[in-house]
Design a protein around this ligand. Structure first.
Ligand SMILES: O=C(O)CCC(=O)C(=O)O
Length: 266
């Protein structure tokens, strides 16, 4: 499976509409080069541009949905279109969209772990509650997670239980914690014997320098490809059989003991 991660630079001087058009063209350019294209978290607004979340929020089938559905169809690729600020009633969610090569919505995922502790996303957005997997026929079953989710291994183990063989993780990860990004991507791959495709943003928005360094890790924990700090398309080929062979040859997943994680409280 050929995958292209498009590490978008989120520049606050670029209007959201212009960025949407530009990103759709970048997706179209992957026609013939990729089976799966991945975009980062909240690339229309920037993951830290809290002030514009409400103004730039959209319904699920809003302008980003329309632009990305058309781009997936034109490029004939599976498209993980990163995430948008989804408005539902009075609530906002950080919602990822996955399209089939026919431009149909294959899945949406509302970020479960919200970042910011007592500010930003953590207080402005509602939390998702459902694990999401997407089967790419004849290739890999994708497990979907977003940015801060990467710090919560139980989410990824849940996705494995649901059949995930590759995790797709759009992010807007800050440069300040780049070592965590790389370490956690490799850890999630090793412990789950699964591919990790983690696509971040470049640039600086809302005063937060982004790490870039999108990364693809194989089920053995080896880094297959890693981007630099700037806007870039990272292309890589994944071998679906490697998940099975890794799990067969070093069957640690079979040794997991369910239900031991929570001690009794006295
Ligand atoms: O966990 C981190 O260090 C970064 C998370 C983050 O920036 C996010 O989830 O938007």
């Amino acid at each position: 499976m050929r995958a292209s991660l498009i590490q978008i630079a989120v520049d606050p001087d670029e209007p959201v509409d212009s960025r949407r058009t530009r990103v759709a063209e970048l997706v179209r350019e992957e026609r013939g080069a990729a089976d799966l294209v991945v975009l980062p978290e909240l690339w229309p607004t920037g993951a830290f541009a809290y002030e514009s979340f409400a103004a730039e929020s959209e319904p699920l089938r809003g302008p980003t949905y329309e632009a990305m559905a058309a781009a997936a169809r034109d490029a004939e690729v599976w498209l993980h279109a990163g995430s948008v600020v989804e408005a539902v009633g009075g609530a906002l969610y950080n919602t990822s969209l996955v399209f089939s090569p026919r431009g149909e919505l294959a899945a949406s995922y509302r970020k479960i772990h919200r970042f910011g502790f007592d500010k930003g996303e953590a207080v402005m957005m509602a939390a998702g509650e459902e694990l999401v997997t997407v089967e790419v026929p004849g290739q890999l079953t994708l497990g979907v997670a977003t940015c801060y989710d990467l710090r919560f291994p139980e989410l990824f183990r849940g996705l494995v239980e649901a059949g995930a063989e590759a995790f797709v993780v759009p992010a807007g990860w800050p440069e300040r914690r780049r070592t965590h990004w790389t370490l956690l991507a490799r850890a999630r791959a090793v412990e789950n014997q699964a591919y990790v495709l983690a696509c971040g943003t470049a640039g600086t928005h809302a005063g937060v320098e982004q790490a870039g360094h999108s990364i693809v890790v194989d089920p053995w924990g080896e880094v297959l490809a890693e981007a630099g700090p700037d806007e870039e398309v990272l292309r890589v080929t994944l071998d679906p059989a490697k998940v099975t062979t890794t799990r067969d040859q070093f069957p640690a997943l079979k040794d997991r003991v369910l239900g031991v994680a929570r001690p009794e409280r006295g």
